[in-house]
Design a protein around this ligand. Structure first.
Ligand code: SF4
Length: 265
């Protein structure tokens, strides 16, 4: 964690101030000046394919499959020639592989037919490719073409909301909020800083706030300040022995039994 003088930080509001957002990105950039995508790719085309395959899958899982695939198919022509069935054989370990294989073949063919086999550099054009949505387009523009876009995935959505950087009900709201608050000079790498922070520190189930370098800037109200495992709960046993619960339950069952006995008589 980079030292910050108290005067640098104003009291934390729910929505983070621009001043604190700058401090936040200064710290993330100092900790990792040149963040990189963890997805394996060889050129803009293989990046489009890798990002399209990564939907609802881990980068690690995608890399295992694409390591071999991209050795034999790293251009739209080679990928289209492979065909859906053979491609499926390479990506079977990735979730939703059938649909993804279909889209990769279709997008390869579209690149050949309409873009001279060159990956376009605008979001609008990228979004016309099968299987490419706003998030994939933003990743490609940022990583392959160095554009300051913000692709909101599950990690960035969580971090944007928890910290108060850009609270939003859906990815687009968070994306637009982040674009507003992130200082221009940090925008190019902001996507990776936030993803890596969400993946390794601000984890979904148990955020590691006790070792988070931006903890004092973060507006999350349920911070986890210790890595100790919660002690096993004994409360359940106690609860079962409380007179009130026993009395209620016993009263009911006794009443029923009495009614039954009366009926028999
Ligand atoms: S303090 Fe906790 S909730 Fe806030 S960004 Fe850090 S890890 Fe996430």
């Amino acid at each position: 964690m980079v030292a910050t003088t108290p005067t640098e930080i104003s009291p934390m509001p729910r929505k983070m101030t621009r001043k604190n957002a700058r401090v936040l990105f200064e710290r993330l950039s100092q900790a990792d000046p040149s963040p990189q995508t963890e997805l394996f790719f060889k050129n803009p085309f293989t990046l489009v394919v890798a990002v399209a395959l990564s939907a609802q899958a881990t980068d690690e899982g995608v890399n295992k499959a694409t390591k071999t695939l991209f050795q034999i198919a790293d251009t739209p022509e080679k990928m289209a020639a492979l065909g859906e069935k053979k491609l499926g054989g390479y990506i079977k370990t990735i979730g939703l592989w059938r649909n993804k294989a279909k889209n990769v073949i279709l997008l390869s063919q579209k690149l050949i037919d309409e873009f001279d086999s060159i990956v376009p550099q605008t979001r609008e054009e990228l979004e016309t490719l099968p299987g490419v949505g706003r998030k994939t387009a933003n990743v490609v523009l940022n990583v392959a073409f160095g554009q300051p876009t913000m692709a909101v995935d599950t990690h960035i959505f969580r971090v944007g909301n928890r910290t108060g950087l850009a609270p939003g009900k859906n990815p687009l709201e968070v994306e637009l909020g982040l674009e507003k608050i992130i200082p221009d000079d940090f925008m190019l790498h902001a996507h990776h800083w936030l993803i890596l922070h969400g993946r390794y520190i601000c984890k979904a189930r148990k955020p590691e706030c006790w070792r988070c370098g931006i903890e004092d800037l973060c507006g999350f109200t349920n911070k986890v300040m210790s890595d100790e495992k919660p002690k096993p709960k004994k409360a359940k046993k106690k609860l079962a022995n409380t007179p009130k619960l026993r009395t209620t339950a016993t009263k009911k069952s006794t009443k029923k039994k009495t009614v039954k006995r009366k009926a028999k008589i």
